[in-house]
Ligand binder design. Structure first.
Ligand SMILES: CCCCCCCCCCCCCCCCCCC/C=C/C(=O)SCCNC(=O)CCNC(=O)[C@H](O)C(C)(C)COP(=O)(O)OP(=O)(O)OC[C@H]1O[C@@H](n2cnc3c(N)ncnc32)[C@H](O)[C@@H]1OP(=O)(O)O
Ligand SMILES: Cc1cc2nc3c(=O)[nH]c(=O)nc-3n(C[C@H](O)[C@H](O)[C@H](O)COP(=O)(O)OP(=O)(O)OC[C@H]3O[C@@H](n4cnc5c(N)ncnc54)[C@H](O)[C@@H]3O)c2cc1C
Length: 670
């Protein structure tokens, strides 16, 4: 794919590609999940790259208004192409991904539609989804308010049932109850699933979802009683500013009773509140779904940053050998490798755990349909934990990739500033990462207490059942090579995670109350949750390697990357491993030695390993990450696109610069 995009020009990275010790096409299949996935992704990426409407090279230079209009244009054109080409859902999804511009369609497809699917009755789904699927209405997910985001139970918007008219009265009683943040709400959405406190017969039944029409389908003006607008500019140029995150206040707006999403609970014609036999946590089901998709987004964002930094690192040269030999490619510096290759390994690790999480989510959904709710807590813990760990690591890594690219990484034309700005909020939206890790910790504390009372844990906590061994085992690693053994790696990660969780549980039990103990121990609980989530990622990577992986040398490269992922975590969190007694200081330094050897083995494959992500130059959007490595010409060309370069003498010269210079000249002559 990328080779086609490159169009036969000189390949400055050809030497790098020639040193690869594996079949890049085979790796593309391992990355994408199947040959079919590679083929569909290629087709959609080409479709986007070859369509002038989807150009994005001057996006960071547009004003907010221009950017927003450009987003509307792209979204409408994407829909037109979707219909004209009869794209499948899989193809349409990829089309949106490669367009690579946040917009209202994200909320419509990823939150509005799933919220109705998950919380609406069959009748409601039939009515609303029929319109949503045809884009006759545009929806968003209006949960967060000015005063509350993390604490969903603290939302203040009210939905009071009026039996005299069979309607709900939707109202924002305070300034802090204004809806604040929903994407697409500001200027685009015609409808929303609005979360509000349900009040009937004088009683507050807590948060429920309601479908509301917000704007006229004739002229797009807000309906009576609704004040609505955009919340203002956000971090970075271009980036998330293409999205109209909105504010909304409701002044006693009436909606029919049947617009309450009634799968989980109903209000009868008389105003009686009736709860279904499904757990009330299903109200949070849309968030579980989206958190799962965000893990895949994180691996994609991280792999883009790594692709840019690796290719550029192979082109960029600084300093020569003392003997006056050729200058060194910065990628050959060991410090560069030890900073960058863990990100390369993490990109693959997150990709594979994301594929597994998608499977887990599908499995849980099927169980829910047959009224088996037993796996819901684990699904919540896994999606919350993996969303948190992968997005935090990704945001940090993109920032570091900017530094790895030196000064040029700081230019918009490197693609990194926008990538960072678009992915940074993933640490906050769909649940602040710390808040979510505390949810994981809560699940772990419950599991520890169940294990203590003799219950055998299952799924991702099954290892906790091996408590006798894991609480006292010592790693058998004795040589650098021993760290190549997946069983030895898994054992220390399991022991670390379990011991950290058990320590927390023991310390909580010493507190006056469970609640006080949990609050006091929360920093430790967050670390225990991270240890558990990292164990899941390492385990899923190891399990991936047990699958049939085709292609010359592909499995061997993945084994090295898996080793790097696990060992860099041991190096980074050595304090945890030492303090819980899982490894000794000597074993820690053997792990680091092994890591250095793995970096050296990956080095000749680095460019091919990022080629396997199969990104077009259009999608990558980076002068530094171009497939052909022609970095300097690209940087030079990009600079001239800047509006400042439209004139040789800048605007403002006559008013501000000329008088200043003249004045100073006059003074100096006095
Ligand atoms: C054909 C055409 C196709 C076209 C295709 C186009 C495709 C377009 C592609 C787009 C790609 C782009 C994708 C990017 C999209 C990203 C957009 C993001 C926009 C952002 C949206 C948002 O941010 S929405 C708002 C999100 N808000 C939050 O996440 C809030 C976080 N807070 C909470 O979740 C909760 O309040 C809480 C969990 C922190 C606490 O809740 P609460 O106080 O009620 O709970 P407790 O702690 O007391 O727990 C009670 C009990 O419930 C359990 N629990 C909690 N949450 C869940 C859950 N989610 N699921 C299951 N169980 C849960 C908890 O563990 C407790 O259990 P116990 O057993 O009692 O312990
Ligand atoms: C780009 C973007 C898009 C968004 N899109 C939408 C959308 O479409 N629809 C929607 O409804 N919402 C949306 N949101 C809102 C988002 O879901 C919330 O911002 C998010 O859930 C975090 O909540 P908060 O802002 O209230 O943070 P807060 O909870 O106020 O967090 C502030 C700080 O307090 C800490 N904190 C909070 N609670 C605890 C605790 N219990 N223990 C320890 N520390 C705690 C946090 O870690 C954080 O450091 C969006 C947000 C962003 C940034």
């Amino acid at each position: 794919m990328a080779a086609a995009d490159w169009g036969g020009k000189a390949d400055h990275l050809a030497g790098e590609r020639a040193t690869a010790q594996f079949d890049v096409d085979g790796m593309k299949v391992a990355w994408a999940g199947s040959r079919h996935a590679v083929e569909v992704a290629d087709r959609m990426a080409c479709l986007v790259a070859s369509d002038p409407v989807f150009r994005k090279d001057t996006r960071t230079m547009l004003s907010r208004k221009e950017l927003f209009k450009d987003t509307l244009k792209k979204a409408a054109h994407a829909w037109k192409r979707t219909v004209e080409l009869h794209l499948t859902e899989e193809e349409a999804n990829l089309l949106r991904l490669y367009i690579d511009q946040p917009g209202y369609v994200d909320l419509h497809w990823v939150m509005f539609v799933p919220a109705i699917k998950g919380q609406g009755t069959e009748e409601q789904q039939k009515k609303w989804l029929t319109m949503a699927y045809k884009f006759q209405i545009i929806g968003t997910y209006a949960q967060t308010e000015l005063g509350h985001g993390s604490n969903v139970q603290g939302l203040e918007t009210t939905a009071t049932f009026d039996p005299s008219t069979d309607e709900f009265i939707m109202h924002s009683p305070t300034l802090t109850s204004s809806k604040w943040w929903p994407g697409g709400l500001g200027k685009t959405s015609t409808h929303a699933v609005v979360y509000a406190r349900l009040i009937t017969e004088g009683k507050d039944y807590g948060i429920h979802g309601f479908i509301m029409q917000l704007r006229s389908l004739d002229d797009h003006s807000p309906l009576p009683g609704i004040t609505i607008g955009d919340i203002g500019g956000k971090f970075g140029s271009g980036a998330y500013n293409s999205m109209d995150n909105g504010v909304m206040r409701l002044d006693h707006v009436r909606i029919p009773r049947d617009q309450m999403l009634m799968r989980l609970a109903q209000v009868t014609r008389e105003g009686k509140y009736v709860h279904s036999d499904v757990p009330k946590q299903l109200l949070y089901g849309t968030m579980v779904y989206v958190r799962q998709t965000i893990v895949a987004d994180a691996s994609r964002a991280l792999s883009r940053a790594v692709c840019i930094a690796v290719r550029y690192g192979a082109i960029r040269k600084q300093f020569g050998s003392k003997a006056g030999g050729p200058e060194t490619q910065v990628l050959n510096y060991k410090t560069q490798q030890s900073r960058l290759f863990p990100f390369l390994a993490s990109a693959y690790a997150f990709r594979f755990v994301g594929q597994w999480l998608k499977w887990l989510y599908t499995d849980v959904t099927q169980k829910l349909e047959s009224k088996d709710f037993s796996t819901l807590p684990e699904a919540h813990a896994c999606t919350a934990g993996l969303k948190s760990v992968t997005t935090s690591a990704t945001a940090d890594a993109i920032e570091e990739c900017q530094k790895l690219c030196g000064g040029h990484g700081y230019l918009n034309s490197s693609g990194l500033p926008e990538l960072f700005a678009v992915n940074l909020p993933a640490c906050t939206y769909e649940g602040d990462n710390v808040v979510l890790l505390l949810q994981v910790a809560r699940f772990l504390m419950k599991t520890v207490s169940q294990v203590a009372s003799g219950k055998q844990p299952v799924g991702t906590t099954a290892y906790m059942g091996n408590i006798q061994h894991l609480m006292q085992c010592k790693s058998v690693v004795n040589t650098v090579e021993d760290w190549l053994n997946p069983a030895a790696i898994k054992e220390v990660f399991e022991a670390r995670a379990l011991r950290m969780a058990v320590n927390c549980a023991q310390n909580i039990s010493k507190a006056p109350s469970q609640e006080e103990g949990f609050s006091e121990l929360s920093p430790d609980l967050v670390e225990a949750a991270v240890a558990h989530v990292q164990l899941i990622i390492v385990t899923k990577f190891i399990e991936k390697l047990q699958e049939d992986i085709l292609g010359h040398g592909v499995k061997e490269q993945l084994q090295k990357l898996c080793g790097i992922y696990a060992l860099h975590l041991i190096h980074k969190h050595l304090g945890d491993f030492l303090s819980t007694g899982c490894v000794t200081a000597r074993q820690g330094s053997l792990a680091n030695e092994r890591l250095g050897k793995l970096y050296a083995q990956v080095r000749p494959n680095a460019v091919a390993l990022v080629d396997a992500f199969d990104y077009t130059d259009h999608y990558l959007g980076s002068a530094l990450g171009r497939y052909d490595g022609d970095v300097y010409s690209a940087l030079y060309k990009e600079a001239w696109k800047d509006p400042l370069n439209e004139t040789v003498v800048p605007d403002g010269y006559q008013e501000h610069l000329r008088p200043l210079l003249k004045q100073q000249l006059k003074l100096s002559r006095l």
